[in-house]
Ligand binder design. Structure first.
Ligand SMILES: *[C@@H]1O[C@H](CO)[C@@H](O)[C@H](O)[C@H]1NC(C)=O
Ligand SMILES: *[C@@H]1O[C@H](CO)[C@@H](O)[C@H](O)[C@H]1NC(C)=O
Length: 498
């Protein structure tokens, strides 16, 4: 009886999540009908074209058939294999002209759009959905059996699957974040279920799909190292995981490993880290972008020193969270650490895009039962931080609709399931209201008011300052929460004292 009603809840939530994705898919995408460079949709289509017609050793190299200045591949090989598979199975089999070499540039048709959209939807269903389910079950079994009722299971799954930012970027704007993020959730779930080798393999796959998955690496490293150090044969345990990671990397990079020359010459590595584009691009709620309003980093320092500065500040900011996990690894601490470390990268690393907010939002959604308020706050400001981008993509209707659905479902469990903290001081309440009013007004002003000629990016800057301040408050809160968690070692110490 219990099982069947859980199954019903899970099915209803999943079907609703699919429905929303399909509806968003019907809308516009990045760079629709805007030659000559189009947008992310064209980038993904072009990678299918290149991987289908050019041998793997040439994928990352400039040649007559592969002009890297036009959407050159800048993700690791797993993305390239995915492009190849999608191009072969979906596009080439029914609309070969949409991925023909050279002649297909900027190809857009209703049928090819349908096929392109189904590649995203099927990847999402195949990887993100099962991983999210796996996580919800692992969480219940190993992390917290509190709030273990049916409604809470459905609610937690809904919070992960209905995250409006992810749906808009993948199924609206057009990307495949659900693959790397899905592999990451799968890795977290496997590790929580004590399948650490499986977890390491899955996380290595995520890293090989999008290098940005490295935002989570310090948390994985800290937690697994902390766990291994507490076992009988720490060196052996560490080697086991190390081999799993190296083995996965070796398989994925096989076409590039056969000759050393191909590896050093194939500018794969330099393609993956394009430093020449500057410490930030456009307007992002990152520390460098926000502080550049006062301090002109790009004029003060060379690219080389900026690389070193951003590298060191990133490490310094995630170090407390990582050290905490090495010293006292715990399942809940691990999830907090994923959030804290990924925010360090979002704030301080080199070349952060507005879409990178999806990375910290993932562990925030995994913490939805523990930190419902922080999660909803981050979703709200995460959405706002991508608002200018989504306006450019003409996705405002989808933006408003998804946000409304999210708020409705989020509040559906208010009080009955996750413990909502009602004990806010009134000053805090007033500040929150103020922040929400600012957010609402910025949404409107950005749409209808023409910015002053002297400051064409005034509203973008204001939006990012507001988002940055809210992210910063939340991340200070979650860092403190991580350090205050009851860790197994502290619990056993206090027991000893008794
Ligand atoms: C790459 O090759 C194309 C065509 O051969 C050429 O037009 C382009 O300038 C080259 N780009 C680089 C970065 O070398
Ligand atoms: C793509 O489709 C065309 C026409 O059906 C076929 O000739 C070609 O071999 C296919 N390409 C690949 C790489 O399979």
């Amino acid at each position: 009886m219990v099982v069947s009603s859980t199954t019903t809840t899970v099915t209803v939530v999943s079907l609703f999540a699919v429905l929303l994705r399909v509806l968003v898919s019907l809308g516009p995408y990045s760079g629709e009908s805007t030659p000559p460079k189009y947008g992310d949709y064209e980038a993904q289509r072009h990678w299918m074209e290149i991987t289908l017609h050019v041998p793997p050793s040439q994928w990352y190299r400039n040649s007559t058939h592969n002009d890297l200045s036009y959407w050159g591949l800048d993700y690791p090989p797993l993305t390239a294999y995915q492009s190849y598979a999608h191009g072969l199975l979906f596009l080439n089999s029914s609309v070969p002209e949409s991925v023909a070499l050279h002649s297909s540039r900027g190809y857009e048709s209703p049928k090819s759009k349908l096929l392109m959209r189904s590649t995203v939807l099927s990847s999402d269903l195949l990887i993100f959905f099962p991983s999210a389910l796996y996580f919800v079950y692992a969480y219940r079994l190993h992390v917290s059996s509190v709030n273990g009722n049916n409604a809470a299971i459905g609610w937690q799954l809904a919070m992960i699957l209905l995250n409006p930012c992810l749906i808009l970027i993948d199924h609206g704007h057009f990307q495949y974040n659900s693959i790397s993020l899905g592999l990451t959730i799968g890795a977290v779930a496997a590790i929580l279920s004590r399948h650490e080798i499986v977890g390491s393999v899955l996380f290595s796959l995520a890293l090989n799909h999008k290098q940005m998955s490295a935002y989570f690496a310090p948390a994985f490293l800290g937690y697994l190292l902390g766990k291994c150090l507490r076992r009988k044969h720490p060196i052996f345990e560490i080697c086991k995981l190390g081999f799993a990671v190296l083995g996965t990397f070796a398989v994925i990079w096989f076409p590039y490993l056969h000759s050393l020359e191909a590896f050093s010459e194939a500018s794969v590595l330099s393609r993956l880290a394009p430093f020449e584009r500057g410490i930030y691009e456009d307007y992002v709620a990152s520390f460098w972008c926000i502080s550049s309003i006062i301090i002109k980093w790009k004029n003060l320092f060379s690219v080389q020193s900026l690389k070193i500065i951003s590298f060191s500040t990133t490490i310094l900011s995630f170090l407390p969270s990582m050290v905490h996990q090495i010293g006292a690894p715990s399942d809940m601490g691990f999830i907090y650490s994923l959030l804290n470390c990924s925010f360090s990268f979002y704030f301080f690393s080199y070349q952060v895009h507005e879409k990178s907010i999806l990375l910290p939002l993932l562990p925030a959604s995994l913490l939805a039962l523990e930190e419902p308020f922080a999660f909803s706050w981050l979703v709200h400001y995460g959405m706002l931080s991508m608002y200018p981008l989504l306006c450019r993509d003409n996705l405002i209707l989808q933006y408003v609709t998804l946000l409304l659905f999210f708020v409705l479902i989020y509040s559906s469990l208010d009080g009955s399931g996750p413990v909502m903290k009602r004990d806010f001081f009134s000053i805090r309440k007033a500040l929150m209201a103020l922040s929400l009013i600012c957010s609402m007004s910025l949404h409107l002003v950005y749409l209808v008011v023409q910015p002053p000629k002297k400051y064409p990016f005034l509203f973008e800057a204001l939006i990012m300052i507001l988002c940055f301040s809210q992210f910063l408050i939340m991340v200070i809160h979650t860092n403190i929460k991580q350090w205050r968690l009851e860790t197994p070692s502290r619990i056993s110490k206090s027991r000893k004292n008794i």
